[in-house]
Write a protein that binds this ligand. Structure first.
Ligand code: 5GP
Length: 145
């Protein structure tokens, strides 16, 4: 998948945004949806996606990107409050050669814990739904303060 070209609205995140497939939702507002990654690289791995139909970082208007990155900071802070990680990885891939697998722009928020393994990108297993639901609930509660 090249960096340029048309946005394709049959990608998984477009379907999640339209409510066609389920997710463990953390928050939603006019600009973004945040939800748990179904294949967490570390416990608490979540995603923030813009509502704008953007394939990657180079395909979004600056004001929508500003709104997105401020939500990444806010959700990341809630992840810190809720899960008390020792570190937080924020990552984002552009194009298949860079590791992108879902072609709707998204930021990963991945808590890291001292002494605990971190699965490589694309090498994780499907998460337990009850655990994902509980993590989403805790992060959402931290967002509400
Ligand atoms: P990318 O590889 O494009 O940076 O990240 C795509 C992410 O989407 C991966 O971390 C992958 O685990 C996650 N993912 C793939 N399919 C689903 C799904 O159906 N639901 C959710 N919540 N996450 C998914």
């Amino acid at each position: 998948m090249s960096l340029d070209g048309a946005y394709e609205d049959d990608n998984i995140f477009a379907k999640i945004l339209r409510g066609e497939i389920p997710c463990h939702r953390i928050m939603e507002d006019d600009a973004v949806l945040a939800f748990m990654d179904a294949f967490p690289q570390s416990p608490g791995h979540c995603l923030v996606v813009p509502k704008s139909p953007a394939r990657n970082l180079f395909d979004i208007a600056p004001d929508a990107l500003s709104a997105l990155i401020t939500r990444v900071q806010t959700v990341g802070a809630a992840v810190r409050s809720a899960l008390d990680p020792d570190g937080v990885v924020i990552m984002q891939f552009n194009g298949a050669p860079a590791g992108q697998t879902v072609f709707h722009l998204h930021f990963h928020i991945i808590p890291r814990y001292d002494g605990r393994n971190f699965a490589g990108h694309g090498q994780s297993s499907r998460g337990d739904d009850a655990e994902l639901a509980e993590q989403a609930r805790k992060i959402a509660a931290a967002l509400r303060g």
